[in-house]
Design a binder for this molecule. Structure first.
Ligand SMILES: O=P(O)(O)OC[C@H]1O[C@@H](O)[C@H](O)[C@@H](O)[C@@H]1O
Length: 272
């Protein structure tokens, strides 16, 4: 099932209830901003390759749980919203989640749309009687014209883990990051604003409450091995993820943690 929100000025976002996964975002008078692979798996229990998968309670294979946790493959429940430009989804622990991760929780994803902006907020609440910790991410697949022409600005001086070669504590030297081949990095304590520049637009990626940022592109070789990535799909996508990985979030009983990612598009290289 898919929920579509539209604003009066023509912006539109689509969210699949499976995974509470945003799968399309078209700002007012702009082209589609999110990548969604044409060969995504439609199998129940599989996440779509693209949009904004919600990663919880474990990022990647950095722990004992299944890769990227279970939130992206669970069916979320859409709540009634009092705002036409906002959709709210929730997921509570159930038999499947407890078999993987023995904690009582409630997760809420709030998607808010306005003319040139999309905001996605993730909230996690501990409803159990022991504290727990988790890692998480909003695994945003940006749609790009061509990966080799994309410029990511804002990471210079930030420490990162290079997950391709498994090396910790690298430092980003470049003022402008360009992508050539496989890139898989966790930038720690990343700036709260990154800019993704292309010939015809600039996208500002703001994060609030997520300490880390992940930049991922599989490159040609790994891309070919991903059955759900369309041929040469790596050329048309770049993941810029808002994440909490390096310092897992420790949530006491009855506490709530919230963090968000906000995307703002501008047609030219003007600053926002
Ligand atoms: O193929 P998946 O499970 O969707 O994961 C995609 C990628 O997600 C990224 O966030 C990770 O940094 C990569 O290591 C991983 O390969």
């Amino acid at each position: 099932m898919i929920t579509t929100l539209r604003t009066a000025d023509g912006a539109q976002v689509q969210i699949a209830h499976n995974g509470a996964q945003v799968i399309s975002w078209i700002p007012a008078n702009q082209p589609e901003q999110l990548f969604l692979s044409k060969t995504s798996s439609s199998d129940a229990g599989a996440a779509l390759r693209g949009g904004v998968p919600v990663i919880f309670p474990q990022f990647a294979s950095l722990g004992l749980l299944p890769k990227h946790g279970f939130a992206r493959t669970q069916l979320w429940h859409k709540r009634a919203s009092d705002h036409p430009d906002r959709a709210v989804f929730e997921l509570r622990d159930n038999e499947i989640t407890r078999a993987i991760w023995p904690h009582a929780f409630w997760a809420e994803l709030t998607v808010t749309l306005s003319g040139a902006e999309l905001e996605i907020e993730l909230a996690i609440h501990n409803t159990g009687n022991t504290e727990f910790s988790f890692t998480c991410a909003l695994h945003t697949y940006l749609r790009v014209e061509h990966i080799e022409q994309v410029r990511v600005i804002g990471l210079q001086g930030t420490h990162y883990r290079d997950s391709v070669i498994g090396v910790e504590n690298c430092v980003e030297m470049d003022e402008v990051l360009t992508i050539h081949g496989q890139v898989d990095r966790i930038y720690m304590n990343a700036p709260t604003r990154l800019d993704v520049q292309q010939a015809r637009q600039r996208l500002a990626v703001f994060s609030n409450g997520f300490a880390d940022a992940v930049v991922w592109n599989p490159g040609a070789e790994l891309g070919r091995t991903l059955a759900d990535l369309e041929p040469n799909g790596y050329e048309r996508m770049l993941c810029v993820e808002a994440a909490a990985i390096a310092e897992p979030i420790c949530l006491p009983i009855d506490a709530t943690w919230r963090a968000s990612q906000r995307l703002v598009v501008q047609p030219s290289a003007r600053s926002i």
